[in-house]
Design a protein around this ligand. Structure first.
Ligand code: C5J
Length: 233
């Protein structure tokens, strides 16, 4: 498909599709549907749902272009042996990780709330990485999977902007990946954290990466596919 240049802040982002992966961060029922971890922390989970349609559009684009797609889920073993006490202690016992809620035990692997929302269900062949922390690189094999494929560019979307998306981008940036963040495909329970989180990524010449929209990414890939079809005709 050749090199693509996507309009972005603070500068256009050039990527090679063959070396690009889409990371869909934690689009789980526990964060996006009432009755899960988001609700337990006192949040209005409907705020996160603005990211669903842009994430669907990104998945369509990535699948059409044959990009490597990885979905992540934050959660813990049933015995909580991989959950640090500092993380467990944050809320009252009936609302913390491992407590029983309407979607099963909160943020526990295998429970209904831990699943990715139906709208963004992974297709077969798209790996799902279970992570015990905020960052997708912490205590997971994601770096190995990306390096084995020769991936150096990441498109990172999901929730929440300032927590798991930000932590993942920071981890990726330190490991040398070039990150592009479609801001409309990320969301936060706190709108100003979302805004400032995106600004922080693109600040200081793109200190953690570049910020764009799902529409810009879609348009760049469509244009590249059209160019390819014309060249082949
Ligand atoms: C949080 C996440 N917010 N996926 N997790 O605890 O951002």
């Amino acid at each position: 498909m050749g090199r693509l240049v996507i309009p972005a802040q603070p500068a256009p982002f050039a990527l090679e599709p063959e070396r690009t992966a889409l990371l869909m961060i934690d689009m789980q029922r526990d964060f996006l549907e009432p009755g899960g971890f988001g609700t337990a922390l006192g949040n209005d989970v409907s705020r996160l749902r603005t990211a669903i349609a842009p994430c669907q559009s990104l998945l369509d684009t990535a699948r059409e272009a044959g990009l490597f797609i990885i979905h992540t889920r934050e959660g813990h073993r049933a015995d909580l042996s991989d959950a640090p006490p500092a993380k467990l202690e944050r809320s009252s016992p009936d609302k913390r990780i491992g407590a029983c809620g309407p979607m099963g035990r909160i943020l526990v692997r295998g429970e209904p709330g831990h699943d990715i929302i139906a709208e963004l269900a992974p297709l077969s062949g798209e790996p799902v990485v279970d992570k015990p922390g905020k960052g997708a690189f912490y205590q997971t094999d994601i770096d190995l999977m990306l390096r084995n494929r020769g991936i150096t560019f990441l498109i990172v979307a999901g929730v929440t902007t300032e927590v798991c998306v930000h932590t993942t981008i920071r981890e990726a940036n330190d490991r040398g990946y070039r990150c592009l963040v479609p801001g409309d495909a990320c969301a936060s329970y706190v709108p100003e954290f979302h805004e400032v989180g995106l600004r922080m990524i693109a600040a200081q010449g793109g200190i953690f990466g570049c910020v764009t929209t799902s529409a810009e990414i879609g348009a760049a890939f469509v244009a590249a596919l059209v160019r390819m079809e014309r060249a082949e005709a």
